[in-house]
Write a protein that binds this ligand. Structure first.
Ligand SMILES: [Zn+2]
Ligand SMILES: [Zn+2]
Length: 237
């Protein structure tokens, strides 16, 4: 942890020896995990609900029961990993030092999922932070991931297509209903950027899906044709 926290200069970050995003051990190249961490990560496979990325075992359908009975505004969700110790560690450390290299590692795994079964070019849009939280932290981790996914996939990124016009409390410890009430109506999308486009919302973690749904509703209200989501990690209960 200390090795990550000590360094916060993004330029230094890329000239120093690359470190494993899981444990901090020196590795061969930026964007790599060490062998032990790589096998310990719960990488998402292809058998999952197309709409919410819930892993589907022994099911023939394309979507999980919850999505079939009540489809949400996000038409497709792709995730690099399922939430576990290492995936969580990456998310936590993205808020401290060496974040450019770390974002690059996470985005590399995410970018591989972008092209799966797609015909159109999506516009990549990060989940925004509220202005004062952005000011306090100095950067938006979803924005970093979106930028890197755009660079690696070659798709256009619109950093400002979504705005959060209301600060929301952290959603941790809240029930699904409480989360939904907290984020519903908190976002606004820029019609000039999103109208008639397929949008791919980028976030670090999908928990209940409340935040992604609220973003998707705002994008659809502004005229987006279709909304998909791409995350580093999906929480699976
Ligand atoms: Zn490692
Ligand atoms: Zn589902």
């Amino acid at each position: 942890m200390r090795a990550f926290q000590a360094l916060t200069n993004p330029l230094l970050d890329l000239v120093l020896p690359p470190r494993c995003a899981g444990c901090g051990e020196i590795v061969g190249a930026v964007g790599e995990f060490c062998g032990d961490c790589f096998v310990a990560v719960d990488w998402a496979g292809s058998k999952s609900c197309g709409r919410c990325a819930l892993p589907l075992e022994m099911v023939d359908g394309e979507e999980c029961a919850a999505c079939m009975s009540k489809p949400g505004p996000v038409s497709a969700t792709r995730t690099a990993t399922h939430y576990g110790e290492i995936a969580r560690g990456c998310v936590m450390r993205l808020k401290y030092g060496r974040r450019v290299a770390l974002a690059r590692t996470m985005a590399k795994a995410m970018a591989r999922k972008v092209e799966e079964g797609r015909e159109d070019a999506p516009l990549i849009v990060p989940v925004p932070l509220h202005r004062w939280r952005l000011w306090k932290r100095g950067f938006n981790q979803s924005g970093l991931l979106a930028k890197e996914v755009g660079r690696l996939s070659g798709h256009e990124v619109a950093m400002d297509a979504l705005h959060r016009h209301r600060a929301t409390q952290p959603l941790k410890q809240m029930s699904v209903n409480q989360r939904w009430n907290m984020v519903r109506g908190a976002f606004e999308a820029d019609q000039r950027l999103v109208k008639d486009r397929t949008i791919m919302i980028v976030d670090d973690v999908r928990t209940s899906g409340s935040t992604l749904n609220a973003c998707a509703n705002a994008l659809l209200r502004a005229g987006a044709r279709r909304v998909e989501a791409l995350v580093w990690s999906r929480v699976v209960h």
